[in-house]
Design a protein around this ligand. Structure first.
Ligand code: ITT
Length: 204
């Protein structure tokens, strides 16, 4: 992410995510920052998520920034499936019940859709937030429309990527390169929209 400062001294940015796949993606997009992960700082206690995407994203970023004194980026994201009335949405990380891994969750989703006609329209949605230790914050969102496949394909990415095919592609998200995913993903788009807001905040 360009910060527009043109300087060679990278400033610190904490990626406030406990999801390794998500944290990896955010970190690789923040090219102009010295990126810290939650493993680099004292343990941060995050509250249970119970709000909408924007509230959850802002809360995660603010909690991390205030606890560590380091500007922090978080996202709240999810998969919204039309045939399920927009579910699982903000509950995507918990879909299918406790104890499931990524594969268990996308298998539960495929089961829920077994009688749904194709194409099963869906979108990934992401709200990204950046917060500072003084309590200020900026947020931006991004989406990636597509459809849910009949079965999983590919080994890349994380979460529901093996069962999601972005609009305009004939491959699952998990079959795309990192660069391809970042260019069209909900997260890549939200972070691209967030970059100028961070810059404006920094230059006042
Ligand atoms: P943090 O809150 O610690 O960041 P989390 O995984 O709980 O981690 P969310 O509450 O935002 O984060 O849940 C997002 C879920 O949506 C994530 O766990 C995946 O199941 C799914 N998801 C989000 N972005 C995705 C992507 O790019 N590819 C596949 N699945 C994704």
């Amino acid at each position: 992410m360009a910060d527009g400062q043109g300087g060679s001294v990278a400033r610190k940015m904490l990626v406030a995510s406990q999801n390794p796949g998500k944290a990896r993606e955010i970190a690789r997009i923040l090219v102009d920052w010295e990126v810290l992960s939650l493993a680099d700082v004292d343990p941060v206690e995050f509250p249970e998520e119970g709000g909408d995407y924007a509230e959850n994203a802002r809360t995660k970023a603010l909690v991390a920034a205030k606890a560590t004194g380091v500007p922090s980026i978080a996202d709240d994201s999810g998969l919204e499936v039309a045939a399920l009335g927009g579910a699982p949405g903000p509950y995507s990380a918990r879909y299918g019940g406790p104890g499931l891994d990524d594969r268990g969750r996308y298998e539960a989703l495929l089961d829920a859709l077994c009688d749904a006609p194709t194409p099963r329209g869906a979108r990934f949605y992401c709200v990204a937030a950046c917060a500072w230790p003084d309590g200020s914050s900026v947020i931006a969102d991004g989406e990636c429309p597509g459809e849910i496949l009949i079965g999983p394909r590919g080994e890349g990415g994380f979460g529901y990527d093996p069962v999601f095919q972005p609009e305009g592609f004939d491959r699952a998200m998990a079959e795309m390169s990192r660069e391809e995913k970042d260019a069209i993903s909900h997260r890549g788009r939200a972070l691209a929209a967030l970059a100028p807001l961070i810059h404006s905040h920094l230059v006042g």
